[in-house]
Ligand binder design. Structure first.
Ligand code: 5CA
Length: 159
């Protein structure tokens, strides 16, 4: 089963189970480091990849999670206008320190602490979507509704 998942992927799998979700984390032979690579390895469209992007809330230095469709470029100004936040860029070390996961494998939930989360409504048009699960080879399949339930995130226009 999941006995041979790497540590970070196993951590995500256990978090999902603890939260009552029966998603199955899969480690693929091909890279899922970027949305494009993930789509190729999974055999889905790039738009169905729920990419987890970390920003920094400039008011309090806290991480903010944005889960966007793999094809979309997040319009930070639009997101700021909708949320009232001022969002800065997050570098690799900040992402790792604050979420517990390295860029390329950041999952939509299961971080060191729960994160304020915003979700891209473009993901809602798909029956199933895929998200990273802790490493650049690990993903799990979910639905847009379960993404909202899992993250407690708010759907906000951002593309
Ligand atoms: N595993 C795939 C999706 S399942 C994945 O994590 N893709 S991603 O697009 O969500 O993650 C890569 C994201 O990390 C990029 O979109 C970008 O926002 C961010 N990123 C990549 N390189 C850097 C970097 N050097 N500094 C800060 N953020 C980066």
């Amino acid at each position: 089963m999941s006995a041979d998942l790497s540590n970070s992927a196993q951590r995500v799998q256990e978090f999902l189970r603890e939260q009552g979700f029966d998603f199955t984390v899969r480690e693929l032979p091909g890279s899922t480091r970027t949305a494009q690579e993930a789509a190729e390895s999974i055999g889905c469209t790039v738009a169905q990849i729920a990419k987890s992007l970390i920003f920094r809330d400039e008011a309090n230095d806290q991480p903010v999670l944005v889960v966007a469709s793999g094809v979309n470029r997040v319009d930070v100004k639009k997101l700021e206008a909708a949320t009232g936040l001022k969002l800065g860029k997050a570098g690799g070390s900040y992402v790792k320190e604050r979420t517990g996961f390295a860029i390329g494998g950041v999952p939509p939930a299961g971080h060191l602490t729960p994160l304020t989360t915003f979700l891209d409504p473009d993901l809602q048009q798909y029956d199933v979507i895929w998200a990273a699960a802790g490493t650049p080879f690990a993903v799990f399949e979910l639905t847009p509704d379960s993404l909202a339930a899992l993250t407690g995130g708010r759907w906000v226009e951002m593309a």
